[in-house]
Design a protein around this ligand. Structure first.
Ligand code: GLP
Length: 241
């Protein structure tokens, strides 16, 4: 696991965007795994700038998002579909037909989860996966528990995640209690992974992860220690706490 500590969020976002840019330039039809949340917003902003000012070309890129709330419509302002469209997709030249986000309203969720993993595989697998990390060490919506799901699944959110994500909703009881998420195995199949974390709130989880001494389902991000190509990019606040 490679660790890069950047001075602040702006630097972290630029370093992450540069890695994405390099990968797209090496392979224009990159299969890119994307994350939502506040953390990657700066990276998306920088990628949009690179597209507009430097001609970074997304026309052949395919994206797969990690997760989505269950029971929230795609055009609901709190859906991850809405987030991705507004924050990123609408501002670059990506073909909307090449952007995939789990469907939290699928009629047959179990079947749908299998199809999502199969679609990723059929497209050739994820080349580069972007990850954030939850305050409790979750990646995507794989929450600390006795076991972790290998494949894309429907999961219950923990109280701490519901609390953390309530900042985007009008009230706590509006936050969905379940989500659809790529599993740890789906994530680990990515050829290259970047995990981003900024701010003091992430310091505890990052401290545990950077010990690099144990795998535990209580810190889902620790599973990344088994992956051969992970880069953790954090700012000083996330590092020092
Ligand atoms: C959310 C998402 C994760 C994200 C994490 C951190 O619940 N499901 O994919 O990485 O929590 O979010 P943020 O970047 O807003 O701190």
């Amino acid at each position: 696991m490679k660790v890069i500590i950047e001075k602040d969020y702006e630097r972290l976002s630029k370093v992450a965007a540069n890695i994405v840019k390099d990968e797209i330039e090496k392979k224009p039809n990159l299969i890119l795994g994307l994350a939502t949340g506040s953390t990657p917003e700066g990276m998306y902003k920088e990628l949009i700038r690179m597209h507009k000012e430097e001609g970074l070309d997304f026309s052949q890129v395919t994206t797969f998002n990690l997760d989505e709330y269950v029971g929230i419509d795609k055009d609901h302002p709190n859906s991850y579909h809405y987030f991705m469209k507004n924050i990123f997709f609408d501002h670059i030249n990506i073909d909307p037909n090449n952007t995939f986000i789990p469907d939290g309203t699928a009629e047959n969720p179990e079947e749908y989860c299998k199809e999502y993993d199969k679609l990723i595989e059929d497209k050739g697998g994820i080349d580069l996966q972007i990850l954030g990390i939850g305050e409790n060490g979750h990646i995507a919506f794989n929450e600390p528990d006795e076991y972790l799901n290998l494949n894309t699944s429907i999961v219950k959110l923990t109280e701490s995640t519901i609390q953390a994500n309530s900042r985007f909703f009008d009230s706590l009881d509006q936050v969905p209690k379940t989500a659809i998420t790529m599993g740890i195995g789906s994530i680990m199949k990515a050829k290259k992974i970047i995990l981003l974390a900024n701010g003091k709130k992430k310091a505890k989880a990052i401290r545990e992860l950077l010990k690099q001494d144990k795998l535990t389902t209580q810190l889902p991000a620790s599973m990344l220690l088994l992956h051969p190509d992970v880069t953790v990019i954090i700012d000083e606040e996330a590092y020092e706490g």
